[in-house]
Design a protein around this ligand. Structure first.
Ligand SMILES: [Zn+2]
Length: 116
């Protein structure tokens, strides 16, 4: 939660802007490891909905109770603010998952001896 997604292959953390760009595409290629992944919204997006919806309803009820004359536009405006906030928070509630190649065998990384 409140964490930008990272590549499922190489764990490169994506920046906010890069995440937004990735969300526009059905499939993505990691700029770091060149492997494919796709954006997954569920179930994280439900947490975002709950986080936004509950304070939104609470605020609306609070304002309604203090309102002397019913003003739909004030309520609408406040609800809109919450929706806009949710929209900007979406990248923090997405996940990148590996793409499954149906026809191709995955190229497994050969573990070479050495390194550390
Ligand atoms: Zn990667």
């Amino acid at each position: 939660m409140f964490k930008l997604p990272s590549c499922p292959h190489c764990n490169t953390v994506y920046r906010y802007k890069d995440t937004k760009n990735a969300m526009k595409q059905k499939e993505n290629t990691c700029y770091h490891c060149q492997k494919k992944f796709k954006v997954k919204y569920f179930p994280d997006i439900l947490a975002l909905c709950a986080i936004i919806l509950l304070p939104c309803i609470f605020t609306l009820i609070l304002i309604l109770s203090k309102m002397k004359t019913f003003d739909f536009f004030i309520l609408f405006f406040i609800a809109l603010l919450f929706v806009i906030t949710a929209y900007f928070l979406i990248p923090f509630f997405t996940r990148f998952v590996k793409m499954k190649d149906k026809n191709r065998n995955e190229d497994f990384d050969k573990n070479e001896n050495g390194g550390n």
